[in-house]
Write a protein that binds this ligand. Structure first.
Ligand code: FES
Length: 112
């Protein structure tokens, strides 16, 4: 998975919160990082909620629909799949996402 992609070392996994979100500032972009220990996986998507027009998605609650994890915005409750950024309420809306991986407890994000 590491081929031909420039990975940035963002933080230690202990800086994240299990089954919840944390915001990271990467290249002046706010990125919401969600750590899911059951999957040993980190998801990275835009912190910006296009409906609420605010940087808040890392504070949203995680849920799942048909086995796919989403975050629900704390503002107007629109849900976005963690994997793809697609909005469940409006198929025309999709958040930017970034590839993320854990390597020796470091959180790596695909260069933006
Ligand atoms: S997300 Fe900012 S107060 Fe709830």
């Amino acid at each position: 998975m590491t081929n031909d992609i420039n990975w940035l070392d963002i933080c230690d996994v202990s800086d994240l919160v299990e089954d919840s979100g944390v915001c990271a500032l990467i290249d002046e972009k706010q990125v919401a990082l969600f750590y899911i220990p059951a999957e040993t996986k980190v998801y990275a998507l835009s912190q910006y909620d296009p409906f609420g027009q605010a940087n808040i998605l890392s504070r949203g609650l995680i849920g799942s629909k048909e086995g796919r994890l989403y975050v629900a915005s704390p503002l107007y409750k629109q849900r976005f799949y963690l994997e793809t950024g697609e909005c469940l309420e409006d198929e025309k809306v999709s958040l930017p996402t970034w590839k993320a991986q854990l390597v020796d407890n470091r959180v790596m994000i695909q260069a933006l």
